[in-house]
Structures are given as structure tokens and as C-alpha cells.
Design a protein around this ligand. Sequence first.
Ligand code: NAD
Length: 497
Amino acid sequence: MTHTALFRHFGLNPTQGSMSVRTPIDGSQIGRVVSDDAPGIEAKIARAHQAFLQWREVPAPRRGELVRLFGEELRASKAELGQLVTLEAGKILQEGLGEVQEMIDICDFAVGLSRQLYGLTIASERPGHRMMETWHPLGAIGCITAFNFPVAVWAWNAALAFVCGNSVVWKPSEKTPLTALAVQALFARAAAKFGGVPEGLSQIVIGGREAGEQIARDPRLPLISATGSTAMGRAVAPLVAQRFGRSLLELGGNNAMIVAPSADLALAVRAIVFSAVGTAGQRCTSLRRLFVHESVRDRLIPALQGAYARIRIGNPQEDGVLVGPLIDMASFSRMEQALQQVRADGGAVSGGGRVLANLYPNAAYVRPAIAEMTQQTAIVKTETFAPILYVMTYEALDDAIALQNDVPQGLSSCIFTRDMQEAERFLSVSGSDCGIANVNIGPSGAEIGGAFGGEKETGGGRESGSDSWRAYMRRQTATLNYSNALPLAQGIVFDAV
Ligand code: NAD
């Protein structure tokens, strides 16, 4: 489908405005959008707050019905939205479709959740009393998202936020506003079918860093869920903390795999390739550090280099292509700088460098790189958002775990082993320090059923499955006295009257 036909599918006509939208496929401009100024953002937040005041009164299972209808719209437009993700973010179509499927999955999850927002009944120490815990809607939720998952991350937040009785103000990445506007159009279709959705329940703010900061500062947004670089989190978190708001931060990762002597190497190679070069190394969960037991190094690394040599790099819209472009030339420069540093640190680089420059002079197609390091230097401890895989060898598992944990980030990790003791050690209290730890699975490609997020500089937030919904609600402890006495807690005697 041409991009104008795609835009038409979503009722978009992106020809006006000061913000230029480019596709990373060839660097050309595909549209223009109007960015919001400060008063415009202010008005959208005000509308979202008003919408929250109405939406919170709607019973949760009924709120779930809106999310169910939205999931139906996503199913009906999965192909088109997947293509738009490919066009705007540059990921291959399979991954674009996978991202939309993730949205559908979280909608299904949220629909079920809308009947399961359970509280507790707690034993009271006072006779004739009952104590309970109730979860109430929180407010309008500010959601700031990154370019690399331009639609799924919003859905993780929004599907839960809506069933929890909240409204959402979404500031997508300035690099991917069109997918956000398309999602908003699908949401509007679902809302029209539902009928009576408060106006402003789902808002989009188009803009960059300043728009994000305005959202972070606004006290009418009790929760800011922000996904992006650690630098962004460092700027956003104090703004939210200053007004005693809550933040849910999903920041950079520096994910690792340990390949133990007993590992199934063929399986490991497949997992390494998918997680290190998939999305051109631009996933927060991309594999960046590989710790290989020295006894298997000579079998694993040549097999890996062979697999890398067979990877098709090219236009992500074409069948058979596995690696599309980096988001822009600035990203390419950062990859080049990182590889330069690797060489200065004594690392041996295979791959890397620009490809297809003749065909796409304004796009950043790169060959994924493998960098063999003798030490985990500062550049290895830094997240470079590009397909660079640092390889190091180890002798003792405890050393590999210590090295794996010796980085500022704490998102995802994994071990390939058939040794039960090693697997359990990796998952134990003194094993991986990451929010995600896998055995015989790469670090990327999480399912929505589990809570997603990481520790340390990754920000500590948890989104998506498990009990992540609690972040979108406020907890109230209520004690009810059905006796004729007024006993005080802790047995305190206070006989004033
Ligand atoms: P980025 O930090 O440049 O931008 C992310 C979002 O934050 C954008 O919407 C941007 O406009 C906004 N922003 C930037 N500075 C801001 C500020 N000072 N105040 C308010 N908003 C601000 O990130 P990116 O390049 O779009 O995405 C890549 C990064 O995101 C990587 O570090 C990646 O690991 C991370 N990421 C993390 C997760 C996760 O779940 N942990 C998921 C996806 C991406």
C-alpha cells in the first residue's frame, strides 16, 4: 500500500504544520504535522482531567467494553497499522505487525482485568470492625513514548489506564507522530461505537522535549509513565517528584546473555541473532553483551559470524529482509563513534559500517557489528542504540554473573544452559539483577502477561501484565465500625467524654 493510501485508511491528511515527518527507509519527508504549543497542551490536559472525572464513575467492566471495541479496531486494521509502523519507525513488517499484535494482546488482558481490580479485606484488631483496601481510579495519566515502539508502549499504558478509570494524555516521540495519530483515529472509531465516551478521554500532544516537560510538570497528571533514554528519565523524574507526582520510568537497557558450556549452541545462535540485530539493535531489550564460556567460544563465535554474514539488510517493507535502517543519521554517527572507541579500547570489530548508501543516500543502513572485547570497558557499559554486540569470555559462572550485573542498567538478561544448577543460580537472589531474567530464551521479545521493566538506571517501572495495573490506581484503606463502641487501635485509652 502506498503511504497516501495508508494515511487515507486512518483518515489522516498530514500535509500541514511545522513538524516534518520522515521515513527512515529513505530519509524522505512523508508528511507534516501541527505541533501543540503550551496553551494547546494546557487545554488538552484540562480536557483529559474533565474526562477522567466522568469516566471514573463508569463501572470498570463497562470501561472494559471500550477497550474490547478498541481491540476489535486494531484487529481490523492490523495490516495497515503494521505497515505504518514500518514506514515511520523503519522496523521490518513482521515486527511492525508483532507490535500491533502486542496492542491487541494487552487489550484482551485489560478487558479481563476490568472484572478483576481486586482489593483486600483485612482482619481488624478491633472488635466489630472491618478493614478493607479499595483501588480507585487515579486521574489523567501522562504517557511519554519513544520512537522504537511507537504504538505498543502507549497501548500497554492506555489499555490498563482506561479500564482503571483514567484518561490518558499521550506525547509520542517527535520521530513517530503519524502512527500515534493513526492509533488515535482507531480509538475514536471504538469510542463512537461505544457511545457516550467523555470527550478528551484519549488525548495526543504533538511535540518534542519541551512538550514532554510541560506534561511532566502538570499536577493534574498524577502519574507520568515515561519511556525513553536514561537521559530523558533523569530530566523527567525530578520534575514529577517536585510536585509529588508518581513516575513510572522505562528507560535504557544494556542486556546480556551468558552462554554456558552445556548450552544448545544452535539455539543460542538463533536467539543471539534475533535479539542482537532485530529492529536493527534498536530495542530497549536488544542483546548488547554476550558472555561466552571459554570452552565454547571457538564453536560459537564462528557460527555467529556465519549467521551475521547471511542476514539480509535492506528496505524493511521487502520480504526476507531482517534488518532495516537505523532511525536517522545521528544514530549512525553514534554507532560509528562507539566502534571507534571499541578499537581504541583494543577490541576487535567485525561488521559495522554503512551499507546501501548508493540506493538510499539519506538513510542509515548499517551492517550489524560484533566487537570482541578483552574487558568490559566504559563503552560496553553504555547503551548505544544500534546493532553492536560486545563479546567477552568467562571461566566461572559467578564471574560472568558479576560482569553481567556490573553496568548501570538493569533491564533484561538471560542464560543458555542445560545445567539446572546454573539456571537456578542465575535466577536466584544472587543471580541476575535485572527486571527480566530468562533461561534458554534471548533477552528481547517479552510477552504482555508478565510485568515489564528494569532496575537501576532502567528506572524501576513495571508495565503491562501481572499486577502492573496497581500503578494506575490509588489505594484506599478503609475501616468500618459496625459495633456500638469506639475501641482505639493499639489499645489506647482516651476517655475524654
Ligand atoms: P528519547 O529519550 O530520545 O525520547 C523518548 C521520549 O521522551 C520522546 O517522546 C521525547 O520527545 C521525550 N523526551 C526527551 N527528552 C525529554 C525531556 N527532557 N522531558 C520530557 N520528555 C522528553 O528516546 P528515543 O530515542 O525515542 O528511544 C530510545 C531509548 O528509549 C533507548 O534508550 C531505549 O532503551 C529506551 N526505551 C526503553 C524502553 C523500556 O521499556 N525500558 C522501551 C523502549 C525504548
